[in-house]
Design a protein around this ligand. Structure first.
Ligand SMILES: O=P(O)(O)OC[C@H]1O[C@H](O)[C@H](O)[C@@H](O)[C@@H]1O
Length: 551
């Protein structure tokens, strides 16, 4: 009896083999030919989901490519895996956990089960507590140790406990309470803490210590420095901590041991991965900044995309399609990276946020069963807001030797109109996507009267794929949809690649080694070093330099 396709290794599945053969047939096709042969392509290969509009026509695909990619998703058992995720099954197998970020934005009154327990009431209860806290701070009713209202909030966290809050704060700054100051400290490098707090007064400053595990070296080190800074600035009274620290964590005991009262802790659950947590209590700083109503609206946006992902047929399913197109670019066209280029200054941290979401999720080298993968997994994500990127690295995207698929993100309306700016900005989005796809031939360059010697330098071969993602304007709900779109795109790819998208063992080795090296740097007596000769030498050199000029 033949096995179901989803049991076969990816490279042996019929759709993968068909795609490989198909790739041989279409590799010479240029986007110019695809557009010339189909007058309606630019309207046809588009899709709306919620408030988002996607033009994917400038990908190097034919209708057959798309059909085969959709079959690939089917053969991977994507439908069943989506169901498993939404049903709270322990799809994060290596950590024995569900990956249920969708429950964080499930509407009040709905049911999402984890181990037979409906978690929605707990999620809603935390949201209610966050709301009460946010309202108090925003109204100036949360006073510090000296009785002054809190005006500054400093989120201390790293990875998923930082990137989501920073990204969302920047993205939704237009909606934020401008009388409050928000800062984000993540790096173990003390400069980060020092620069973030140098102009703040402790009496008006509240720290949100955000850490799922409440044991991350960076966050705990920064939180301890924050405590010292606060106590020193408020006359040395340790009791000051109570009114100036709140915590967001899954680890209640560790939070209390740090000296933060249980009443000032906002919880979440082990089924929320760090990089999927910006809509949990980790979003506390976001809620204080934009207010509970806007935060709820962001959650509704996430949920809208969840429902689209859960119910739309694959051919009209935006995360599925984008995930498959990116997989086509990676596994068949050989793209090693993917650029995310928001033409919206408020989204300036979106590429950094996506780096953790995509690469920590899908940067994996073995299948779920632990066999080495025989294909590339996550591409390297990077990007900067347009138009800045155009004046630095776009040269390589247009004329370099590598294929860099691009996601352009743009909005019909700016949040604050200013003269001609928006039309000029959008003209650049459309121009870039067009230039990448269609390029400029030697004949066209010659026809402009270019001297022969310069012609090759001015040729653009084109045929470089891109997506254009658009929405009316950047609202909290749109940000939720956009973020969930990429979350589910990552999920789609992880299912096809047959990897665990929800663990991150790759960050452990370096962490553990650092812990063993710390005493070798801090100890007074010369340590006996048992590392390799390079590490030993670096440690000795550093110790000698410190000894010569301490501090
Ligand atoms: O929230 P925390 O427990 O402090 O973890 C912060 C971050 O550090 C870890 O090393 C992981 O790589 C990230 O996924 C996580 O978001």
């Amino acid at each position: 009896m033949s096995q179901p396709a989803s049991r076969l290794p990816l490279l042996q599945r019929p759709s993968w083999k068909a795609l490989a053969a198909h790739h041989d047939e279409v590799r010479q096709l240029h986007l110019k030919d695809l557009f010339a042969g189909d007058a309606g392509r630019g309207e046809r290969l588009t899709l709306s989901a919620g408030d988002l509009f996607l033009d994917y026509s400038k990908n190097r695909v034919t209708d057959r490519t798309l059909a085969l990619l959709l079959r690939l998703a089917q053969e991977a058992g994507l439908e069943e895996r989506i169901r498993a995720m939404f049903n709270g099954e322990k799809i994060n197998a290596t950590e024995g956990r569900a990956a249920l970020h969708v429950a964080l934005r499930a509407p009040a009154g709905s049911t999402v089960l984890v181990d037979g327990r409906n978690v929605v009431p707990e999620v809603q209860a935390v949201l209610e507590r966050m709301t009460a806290f946010a309202n108090r701070v925003r109204a100036g009713q949360w006073t510090g140790h000296t009785g002054k209202p809190i005006r500054n909030l400093v989120n201390i966290g790293i990875g998923g406990s930082d990137l989501g809050p920073v990204m969302a704060y920047e993205a939704l700054r237009h909606y934020s309470e401008r009388s409050l100051t928000f800062r984000f400290v993540s790096n173990l490098d003390g400069s980060d803490f020092l620069e973030a707090t140098r102009d703040l007064h402790p009496a008006e400053t509240l720290f949100i210590v955000s850490s799922k595990t409440f044991s991350t070296l960076e966050t705990m080190t920064n939180a301890n420095s924050a405590r010292e800074w606060l106590i020193a600035g408020l006359g040395g009274d340790p009791k000051a901590v109570a009114r100036h620290f709140v915590a967001v964590s899954t680890e209640a005991e560790k939070v209390t041991a740090f000296g933060i009262e249980a009443a000032n802790m906002f919880g979440f659950w082990d089924w929320v991965g760090g990089r999927y947590s910006m809509d949990s209590a980790i979003g506390l700083s976001t809620m204080v900044a934009i207010g509970p109503d806007h935060f709820r609206s962001m959650l509704r946006g996430f949920h809208r995309m969840d429902e689209h992902f859960r119910t739309a047929p694959f051919a009209e399913n935006m995360p599925v399609l984008m995930g498959l197109l990116s997989l086509w670019n990676t596994n068949f066209l050989g793209a090693e990276t993917a650029a995310v280029l928001p033409y919206e200054q408020y989204l300036k941290r979106f590429p950094a946020y996506l780096q953790q979401l995509t690469m920590e999720s899908n940067g994996k080298h073995v299948t779920r069963e632990g066999r080495p993968v025989e294909y590339q997994t996550s591409p390297i994500y990077w990007g900067e807001p347009g138009t800045n990127g155009q004046h630095s690295f776009y040269q390589l995207i247009h004329q370099g030797t590598r294929l860099i698929p691009c996601d352009f993100i743009a909005f019909d309306h700016p949040l604050v109109p200013l003269g001609r700016h928006h039309d000029l900005l959008l003209a650049n989005v459309f121009a870039q996507a067009r230039a990448l796809a269609f390029g400029k031939t030697a004949e066209e360059v010659e026809a402009e009267g270019t001297v022969a010697r310069l012609v090759p330098h001015r040729v653009f071969e084109g045929n470089r794929p891109s997506n254009v993602l658009m929405a009316d304007r950047l609202t909290p709900a749109v940000l939720g949809q956009l973020t969930a779109l990429y979350e589910h795109l990552v999920f789609t790819q992880g299912v096809v690649w047959d990897i665990d998208s929800f663990d991150q063992w790759g960050v452990e080795l370096g962490k553990a080694l650092a812990m063993s090296i710390i005493p070798d740097l801090e100890g007074g007596a010369e340590p006996t070093l048992g590392y390799d000769s390079s590490t030993n030498n670096l440690i000795r050199r550093y110790r000698a330099s410190k000894a010569r000029s301490p501090g």
